[in-house]
Write a protein that binds this ligand. Structure first.
Ligand code: NAD
Ligand code: WQD
Length: 337
């Protein structure tokens, strides 16, 4: 099958490209490189020993997208492209709504025109807002208490996909709600590339471990959790990438029982910030200087997934031990210096 990956040069898209190719698929990547580089494409080619058709363009560019669908026999699309920085989205809401919403609309219109009817969408656990109860299942309420424009775009795109699936009976949608993706490819050739000072925990932690940052600020130890620090469901990036292969397979083999299916992608296990630091230190033998500071505004106390549906329906489970994921993140940081 030939799969179009929008945003395929990014962190999650690049790892997914490798897993798809290694499962026998062909991929076409469209990315405007607004948060990635062409070097990533070369690295994917290195790892997979293939040549990847790459189109450097903005998904909002109708003519460019039109050309891709006209020239390539696309069977399904995975839509990764979008802006994802929570803090930046508060400062630049219009840019976030424009990029994330318009790219999705233009993509859906162009797919419909070319009778490409299968789409996997990168959503986020952020659509659940502040959980009423844990673990989060796909039926947990969404759209309430989302604290930033980025999260709103994910919620809105889910709505758009639902409406589009009602209107077009041919359309088949798989919404993947990622929890906290972390780690890097075991080759250490690709991984997460933060833009400036990292906002997310793992890149900040590995940059501190290597000495780029003086110390990691732990945002609060006064939460109602066993050690007081917040809890998240950290999911290995290669495990996450493998789930996309299964989601595509289900669509292509026409196994979906609903026009739109939703899957939580997490481990089902909550890990606190302090536990994560300890696990990193044990796994790598490297000390991470840290200091407890005040809570970060907008942070949620604890969140983890019930991944049972993805386990059962996609036949997928997160299997990489956290210590191995953290060793891969560290190897990737060491490669980058
Ligand atoms: P990323 O920034 O590394 O990748 C996104 C890619 O899309 C980048 O290569 C960027 O250049 C490209 N892009 C952005 N806007 C574009 C446009 N209009 N046209 C073409 N290319 C465009 O981010 P990621 O971490 O790989 O995330 C991929 C998707 O998963 C995003 O939609 C993100 O919101 C979602 N997601 C990410 C996380 C996470 O923690 N990383 C969690 C949940 C959901
Ligand atoms: C994880 C934990 C922080 C940095 C964000 C988005 C979410 C999703 C994933 C896209 C929290 C703590 C962090 C630091 C710290 N992205 N922390 N010191 O906030 O769970 O989720 O990324 O969809 O939508 O909101 O991830 O990595 O920022 O934080 O103590 O320097 O680490 O308080 O408990 P978060 P994160």
């Amino acid at each position: 099958m030939k799969i179009l990956l929008t945003g395929g040069a990014g962190y999650i898209g690049s790892h997914t490209a490798i897993e798809l190719i290694q499962s026998g698929h062909n991929v076409v990547i469209m990315d405007d490189l607004s948060n990635s580089s062409a070097e990533v494409i070369r690295r994917i080619e290195d790892i997979t020993k293939t040549t990847i058709p790459f189109v450097k363009a903005d998904v909002r560019d109708k003519a460019a997208l039109e050309e891709v669908f006209a020239n390539q026999q696309i069977d399904a699309v995975i839509h990764f492209a979008g802006f994802k920085a929570v803090g930046e989205s508060v400062a630049k809401p219009l840019e976030y709504y424009d990029n994330n919403l318009v790219s999705s609309l233009v993509l859906l219109e162009t797919m419909q025109k070319h009778h490409v009817n299968k789409i996997v969408f990168s959503s986020s656990a952020t659509v659940y807002g502040n959980p009423e109860s844990l673990p989060l299942t796909e039926e947990s309420p969404t759209g309430q208490g989302i604290t930033n424009p980025y999260g709103q775009t994910k919620f809105m795109i889910e709505q758009i996909l639902q409406d589009a699936a009602v209107a077009n009976p041919e359309l088949e949608v798989s919404i993947l709600r990622y929890f906290n993706p972390i780690g890097a490819h075991p080759t250490a050739l690709i991984g997460e590339v933060p833009n400036g000072a990292p906002a997310n925990l793992i890149p900040y932690l590995t940059q501190t471990a290597i000495g780029i940052r003086e110390q990691l600020a732990v945002f609060g130890d006064d939460y109602n959790t066993p050690d007081g620090s917040p809890i998240r469901d950290y999911i290995d990036i290669v495990d996450l990438a493998r789930a996309h292969v299964e989601a595509v397979r289900r669509l292509v083999e026409r196994q979906a029982t609903e026009p739109l299916e939703v899957f939580n992608l997490g481990t089902g296990r909550g890990v606190s910030v302090l536990e994560l630091i300890r696990t990193f230190e044990e796994a790598t033998g490297v000390r991470v200087p840290y200091q407890i500071v005040g809570r970060r505004e907008g942070d949620i106390e604890q969140v983890w997934a019930d991944p049972a549906r993805a386990n059962r329906v996609l036949g997928w489970t997160a299997r990489t031990p956290l210590s191995e994921t953290l060793r891969n993140a560290w190897k990737w940081q060491q490669r980058q210096g």
